[in-house]
Design a protein around this ligand. Structure first.
Ligand code: OAD
Length: 227
């Protein structure tokens, strides 16, 4: 089976009803990144940080995967698929994708603020100040904040280098190192990009650009790939 990578961003889940970050009325228009998504914010105002992610988690519990998520999971019938996502939602998994690598963490997991390896399944509950790990320190969202390392990056780059087909969906490619995934595939990899407002691409690869939403774009790619 050919190795196929899907590299997704917030636009992947837009048609499920989750806001992107940088579109009009996106999350970063309504919140300041530095007040909710940095280690400094966590030090200065952990209540606000927890509130921001508690809202994201509650919202996630109320939405469903869209048909683009399902089409991606169906690709597994024909291809060896890995989804590398910047999204912290679980919609790829709920649609049935088996191999999902979360570059920026997962909303449904929490971890100790001191002991990085103490990670717990938290489902859709709120995290409160006073919720502690087994060693007695505060739990925080298991997400990557600005200024923090992206522990899964090397594994993701290795997977990308072996890709024969790459589908980039719904990302502004603004945030590094994650965006490097779009530029790390082999020269002979077949590259597609789906976005209603396609970002400027920096690498040398040639992309087939599908200007449209994730659902429309995946429907058109499926026709090409499974002809
Ligand atoms: P952005 O909000 O930066 O970009 C979303 C992209 O989705 C844009 O290019 C939109 O044009 C596109 N889009 C909008 N609606 C769409 C639809 N229906 N179908 C397909 N695409 C659509 O989100 P990301 O690129 O994911 O990181 O942002 C990257 C990172 O920045 C996030 O993981 C998060 C954020 O700050 C952290 O919090 C560390």
């Amino acid at each position: 089976m050919k190795k196929l990578i899907v590299f997704s961003g917030a636009g992947m889940s837009a048609e499920s009803g989750l806001k992107t970050f940088r579109d009009n009325d996106g999350l970063w228009e309504n919140y300041k990144v530095e007040e909710v998504a940095t280690p400094q914010a966590w030090k200065e105002n952990p209540e606000l940080v927890l509130h921001f992610y508690n809202l994201r988690r509650r919202q996630l519990s109320q939405v469903e995967p869209n048909s683009a998520h399902y089409l991606i999971s169906e690709l597994e019938n024909k291809f060896d698929v890995t989804v590398i996502t910047q999204n912290i939602d679980d919609l790829h998994e709920r649609a049935g994708s088996e191999n999902v690598l979360h570059l920026h963490g997962e909303l449904k997991k929490v971890r100790s603020e001191k002991h990085y390896n103490l990670i717990y399944d938290w489902q859709y509950k709120d995290i409160q100040l006073g919720d502690l790990c087994e060693k007695g320190t505060q739990l925080r969202p298991h997400v990557v904040w600005f200024g923090e390392d992206v522990p899964e990056m090397n594994r993701a780059l290795q997977i990308a280098q072996e890709a024969e087909i790459l589908i980039v969906i719904g990302t502004s490619l603004n945030v590094y190192p994650a965006a490097n995934i779009a530029y790390s595939v082999n020269q002979n990899c077949d590259c597609y990009l789906i976005d209603p407002n396609p970002p400027t691409l920096n690498g040398n690869q040639k992309f087939t650009i599908i200007e449209g939403g994730a659902i429309e774009g995946m429907n058109s790619i499926i026709k090409k790939l499974i002809a």
